[in-house]
Design a protein around this ligand. Structure first.
Ligand code: PLP
Length: 339
């Protein structure tokens, strides 16, 4: 297969190997790599009827020396288990998770894009409830799967700003599953996302479901804004998905850029306080927000065409660490054993 590394988007590409393990009778079976990318599961599987499934997303990065980095995969493992707990699914032990990630990356290593292309290998861990069932109850069996593919940028344009629109829909309820990485949240976001795309916006911005006055997140990425007073601000809410990228940026904003990290309320009628804004996540990396449409008003941050200097500096710091060019805070980088 010939891959144009420089022009990859974010779409499915079949790579040779994926990891699949089954949980049955209270235990995880050994699990193995397989070439088969089609699942054969029971028609009554709770994942299909009642949304008993959760997932993760992380990337493998090719270093200048040819080695391969993972970025904070232990955090993905912990979050998968928090999602699993919320949906009454069995935990995947961290050691099993990390070992499976390493196996999948190593087996597909020729699909980890070359250093310098900006592309990465995206890994998709998936935990689904399967087996014979019809009533609303946790599944009798579970599958833990990790597959992967090379990807480029998630929002068109990479570091070029794009515009977003505030949605009238909610993505999560105050005590619902907003903080869990579950497919149900995404099913609910398809219609709002479609309507946003129809109007030429990259995606929606969701407000807090209770008062509809504060920005929560983008639906596949977290929001941040940078003030003229050098604060790096991200919304604080129990119904936001706790982005590992966001927490990493809060740290880097402070320790690498000397900004003041703030987790707090971001009122949608006070966007004037921000001189730059962006969306962040593993898939999106950092995607600058040009402007936000809110009802009749359109607010432009730094520029609709240029990335702001602080957003760029954060992007350079984060990706520099991920690709092994810059020194990482202790424990952030995991080297994938290749032999
Ligand atoms: C996965 C996800 C993010 C980004 O989280 P990262 O850990 O940074 O990849 C943000 N919002 C939602 C809704 C997500 O599912």
């Amino acid at each position: 297969m010939q891959i144009d590394w420089e022009n990859l988007g974010f779409s499915y590409i079949k790579t040779p190997w994926r990891f699949v393990a089954k949980w049955k009778n209270g235990f995880w079976e050994q699990g193995a790599l397989t070439e088969d990318n089609i699942l054969h599961i029971h028609e009554g599987s709770p994942a299909l009827h009642y949304g008993q499934q959760c997932f993760e997303g992380l990337k493998a990065y090719r270093r200048p020396d040819g080695g391969i980095n993972l970025f904070r995969p232990d955090e993905n493992s912990k979050r998968l288990n928090r999602s699993a707990r919320r949906l009454r699914m069995p935990f995947v032990p961290e050691e099993m998770f990390l070992d499976a990630v390493n196996q999948v990356v190593k087996a597909n290593q020729e699909f980890v894009p070359p250093y310098g292309t900006g592309a990465t290998l995206y890994l998709r861990p998936l935990l689904i409830g399967v087996g014979e069932n019809i009533g609303v109850a946790p599944a009798p069996e579970y599958l833990f799967i990790i597959f992967c593919m090379p990807v480029g940028s998630y929002f068109k344009g990479g570091l070029a700003p794009t515009n977003f629109i505030v949605s009238d829909y909610d993505r999560a309820a105050p005590n619902g599953t907003g903080a869990a990485k579950v497919g149900g949240n995404y099913a609910a976001s398809l219609l709002p996302g479609y309507e946003a795309h129809e109007r030429n916006f990259s995606d929606c911005i969701y407000l807090d479901p209770e008062t509809h006055t504060k920005i929560e997140e983008v639906g596949s990425a977290n929001f941040f804004g940078i003030t003229a007073e050098n604060e790096f601000v991200t919304p604080k809410s129990p119904s936001i998905l706790p982005s590992i990228t966001k927490y990493s940026l809060l740290y880097l904003a402070e320790h690498a850029l000397g900004l003041t990290p703030v987790e707090g309320d971001v009122y949608v009628d006070q966007l004037d306080r921000f001189v730059e804004a962006g969306a962040c996540g593993t898939a999106a990396v950092i995607s600058p927000i040009g402007g936000i449409q809110n009802g009749e008003s359109f607010h432009v941050f730094y520029s609709e065409t240029e990335v702001g200097p602080k957003t760029r500096a954060l992007y350079d710091e984060l990706t520099g660490i991920q690709f092994g060019e810059r020194k990482a805070p202790a424990g952030w980088i995991f080297d994938v054993p290749l032999d």
